[in-house]
Design a protein around this ligand. Structure first.
Ligand code: GLV
Length: 330
């Protein structure tokens, strides 16, 4: 019997490609070319599955052009590149990689918080530029982390991980806002108190964004929200670009209306708003919150498991639209 054909849309671990090749006729992009949409659609023709990495837009137009496609397996927990309603309507399964990246991403969120509050990269640039010639009482004096108030917007698994680190490791007073309030046991475990968004903005010394991107969360932090924050506050975004209005943030940072920001994600990335590149009080990283070797391997393994399980047995470990499995394309 012919093996199903699949496409791996970006470069991934060679071991993952080799594993997929045991089950599928694999077209892969190990050269990591950045395909435009027309090329992606062309490469997808006749494929039953695609291994995506979060940047490939899967929508009604693409699904109509690729009638053989049955599963899109994202190697990411976020799936805002999927039009899930269109996928369900077309009987195409979407999967993501939750859980395996939770603790690593929470580690990184906390690292970015610490780096931002304690001005890590700004002071390193100063030192590397040969400008450190004497001690000064106020040199790179930053914001206190221990004992301060940690605000979390979006209290899913990663938000909870950051809350635990803050509460248990740094004695922080944790407040959060989320679409729905957590149960009492989870709140107690995270030592977190539910507040409305206005209170969160007003009271947080360090505000961390960990909510999924959707049209509803577009510019959840814009000029109006930044204006409600303390002038001494820091803002960290490890969620998605587009949740923060980057132009408004750059202006707030320049005018010191908040103290500093740490950003791992950007509107329109990999482009970065040019104003963010010229303000000193921001720590910038290239969307690497889940990037440890172990975690990236676990993500790749889970995405591959989903492709293999679905195309060989009609099952998936982490389906996003399980209802699509019933009416799935054959
Ligand atoms: C990374 O951004 C992810 O969604 O996994």
């Amino acid at each position: 019997m012919n093996k199903p054909s699949i496409l791996v849309a970006r470069a991934i671990f060679p071991e993952t490609v080799a594993r997929l090749e045991q089950h599928f006729d694999v077209s892969s992009n190990q050269a990591d070319a950045l395909w435009d949409r027309a090329t992606l659609i062309e490469k997808l023709r006749g494929k039953a599955g695609v291994f995506t990495t979060g940047g490939e837009r899967i929508d009604a137009e693409l699904l109509a052009a690729c009638p053989e496609l049955r599963i899109c397996a994202n190697m990411a927990v976020g799936y805002n590149n999927f039009d899930l309603a269109a996928m369900t309507a077309a009987g195409v399964l979407g999967t993501n990689t939750p859980d395996v990246l939770t603790e690593t991403t929470a580690d990184f969120g906390f690292a970015l918080l610490l780096a931002t509050a304690r001005r890590l990269t700004e002071s390193e640039h100063f030192l590397r530029a040969g400008q450190w010639n004497k001690w000064a009482f106020d040199m790179f004096a930053g914001a206190e982390v221990n004992g301060s108030t940690l605000g979390i917007l979006g209290m899913g698994r990663i938000g909870q991980g950051i809350a635990r680190r803050g509460a248990h490791g740094f004695g922080m007073n944790v407040i959060y806002h989320n679409r729905s309030r957590l149960d009492a046991a989870t709140e107690a475990d995270c030592k977190a108190r539910y507040v409305d968004k206005a209170t969160l903005l007003r009271e947080a010394d360090h505000l961390v964004l960990v909510l999924p991107y959707s049209p509803a969360s577009h510019h959840a932090i814009g000029a109006a929200e930044l204006a409600q924050m303390k002038p001494t506050a820091t803002l960290v975004n490890v969620a998605r670009g587009g949740i923060v209005d980057d132009a408004a943030l750059a202006q707030a940072l320049r005018e010191r209306r908040i103290a500093a920001a740490g950003l791992d994600v950007f509107e329109g990335e990999p482009r970065v708003h040019p104003d963010l590149l010229t303000v000193p009080n921001v720590v910038l990283t290239p969307h690497i919150a889940s990037a440890t070797v172990r975690t990236r391997r676990a993500m790749a393994d889970l995405a591959a498991d989903n492709l293999i399980d679905f195309l060989t047995q009609g099952q998936a470990k982490t389906p996003l639209n399980p209802e699509a499995m019933a009416g799935a394309r054959r």
